[in-house]
Design a protein around this ligand. Structure first.
Ligand SMILES: Cc1ncc(COP(=O)(O)O)c(C=O)c1O
Length: 395
């Protein structure tokens, strides 16, 4: 049997996972306790409170699903939709397409509003679909589309759903902690995220929250939730308050230690300060990349600071250059998906990865990668252009 070497140290600047702080890794190395241990009960309640802070909600139902964000997505759909329910899915990339899949598999009546990749969801199209189709139960969309780096207007979309008496499902996987996610102010009904993006915990957990309205709707279901594992009522037998807690599944205890610590760090920094930090380093990266000949796919008002989608300068080989960054500098950046494969990079500045260190090292590494094409003059061009913002105080 071959000995696999231990994991290398990387600088994670792709579409997730992001860099995990040593404090989070240290928390995960604490002794494992039982999932029904009184200590763990306290940690669960603390984690729920920290998630309420991150989601900006007073919702009673908030918890980390014991699985990656795809399971958070599925939990929203299987609990809120019954066969025959009319659902509008407004998609603008890979993850919106998965929402559509969910509705189809449940047997919902799908009203699919497909948008061009690189564009946000159009509230006017959504409004028109509500006017055209009566009895729509739910609107679903992705707040921050990781496949394209686009932010849609979640406040406006949730408000349209509400005006028409419908519920909303919002994918906040790439937005939570990085840009404003305001569950209560939006009036969103089901919102899920992932541990591995702007929260900077390792992958594998999906924070989720449901409004009181959504919980009422779930209680009034006529049919059984098709997934046993993701049936909210069953999951709540474990995650609801002290005293009522009983076994549903064996929670990933150490992973929750890690998420708890990452959320604690977010609260110490402050949510608004975290949003400002993501924007600050995005602007520095933007200036550096533009000086090196990259161009942004997404128009400025819809750009995600935490996920930069940039078209490659002429003559730059996507796969070879990303491999160079990984091999020579330990830096991971993401490639384009679908029609953008080979033409675009997805550069994450998520959570701990949104830092002066990461932006500086990436720009310097890209300069070195481009030197054979652009000549020695490439050196200093990106870092120089970013310097003003990099050196400005973070406000
Ligand atoms: C917007 C969005 N939704 C859902 C997912 C699925 O998350 P996971 O890979 O953790 O299942 C991702 C993952 O990148 C995502 O970016």
């Amino acid at each position: 049997m071959q000995n696999t070497p231990s994991a290398p140290l990387r600088i994670l600047m792709g579409p997730g996972p992001s860099d995990v702080h040593p404090r989070v890794l240290a928390a995960m190395a604490r002794p494992t306790v039982g999932h029904l241990d009184p200590y763990f009960g306290l940690l669960m309640e603390d984690t729920k409170d920290l998630l309420r802070y991150a989601f900006k909600t007073k919702n009673d139902v908030v918890l980390p699903v014991s699985a990656p964000a795809s399971a958070g997505m599925e939990m929203c759909f299987v609990n809120l939709i019954e066969p025959g329910d009319a659902v509008i899915v407004a998609s603008n990339g890979v993850f919106g397409q998965r929402m559509k899949e969910n509705v189809e598999r449940i047997g919902g009546e799908l009203i699919h509003l497909d948008h061009p990749w690189g564009q946000p969801v159009d509230p006017e199209r959504v409004r028109a679909a509500f006017r055209e189709h009566k009895r729509v139960k739910l609107l679903a969309f992705v707040h921050a589309e990781t496949s394209t780096g686009v932010r849609s207007d979640a406040a406006a979309l949730c408000a349209i759903a509400k005006e028409h008496g419908a519920l909303s499902i919002v994918d906040a996987v790439t937005s939570l902690g990085g840009i404003p996610v305001e569950v209560d102010a939006w009036g969103a009904d089901a919102v899920y995220s992932g541990s591995q993006k702007c929260l900077s915990a390792p992958p594998g957990l999906s924070p989720i929250t449901f409004s009181a309205r959504a919980v009422e709707m779930i209680k009034a279901r006529k049919t059984k939730v098709q997934s046993w594992f993701l049936d909210l009522s069953l999951v709540l037998s474990y995650w609801s308050g002290e005293g009522a807690r009983s076994y549903h599944h064996t929670a990933p205890v150490n992973a929750i230690y890690g998420l708890n610590q990452a959320l604690r760090m977010l609260r110490e920094e402050g949510l608004e300060a975290s949003w400002r930090r993501h924007m600050h380093y995005h602007k520095a990266l933007r200036d550096g990349l533009i000086a090196l000949g990259f161009s942004f796919l997404v128009d400025e008002p819809y750009r995600l600071p935490e996920l930069n989608t940039v078209l490659l300068p002429d003559g730059v080989d996507d796969a070879k250059t990303r491999r160079y960054l990984l091999d020579k500098f330990g830096i991971e950046v993401g490639g384009g998906l679908g029609k953008f494969a080979g033409k675009l990079w997805r550069i994450g500045l998520m959570g701990q990865s949104a830092s002066r260190h990461n932006v500086t090292v990436l720009l310097a590494a890209v300069e070195a990668a481009l030197a054979p094409i652009k000549g020695q003059a490439a050196f200093g061009r990106g870092t120089g252009a970013a310097a003003e913002i990099l050196n400005a105080p973070l406000r």
